[in-house]
Design a protein around this ligand. Structure first.
Ligand code: CA
Length: 148
């Protein structure tokens, strides 16, 4: 009887293990399938004092919802200077079609005003272009909404 019980427990353990492995495999598949890599390209205008050293953040809005606020750090140790093109990459849940975005400047630093020519958002397949060509954070902290 003891041997029979041991054989039975092995036969029960195998399908249980297979079930656990299949659940963990499908769980990881779901978490990667739901994300996308977003590349945000920011072009600073080519006019006097267009650059900034303020703290800059971005919030993307899509038809599936919006992302939280993320720091824009740009491509160099001194990003967002006159005529520069800066890029940031974020892995986010799939936002769907990117409809609008918000840019925050804390308005800090000397001549804080930042003249942004455009912001481009790419999700690996689609690119959305937001032309702005205007100032942000000239007179202190400010949030600007970019629409297409
Ligand atoms: Ca800068």
């Amino acid at each position: 009887m003891k041997l029979m019980a041991r054989i039975l427990s092995v036969f029960l353990a195998i399908p249980l293990l297979m079930f656990v492995f299949s659940v963990s495999a499908s769980a990881s598949a779901v978490s990667t399938a739901g994300t996308k890599t977003y590349t945000v390209t920011v072009k600073t205008a080519d006019v006097a004092d267009a650059g900034t050293n303020s703290k800059i953040q971005i919030k993307l809005h899509g038809n599936n919802g919006d992302a939280g606020w993320f720091d824009l750090n740009g491509s160099s140790s001194d990003p967002f200077e006159r005529n520069a093109v800066d890029k940031d990459i974020f892995t986010l849940s799939d936002l769907g079609t990117v409809k609008t975005l918000e840019i925050f400047s804390d308005g800090s630093g000397n001549k804080s005003g930042w003249k942004v020519e455009y912001i481009k958002v790419n999700d690996g397949t689609n690119t959305w272009f937001f032309y702005y060509n205007n100032w942000i954070g000239e007179n202190g902290a400010q949030i600007v909404t970019f629409t297409k």
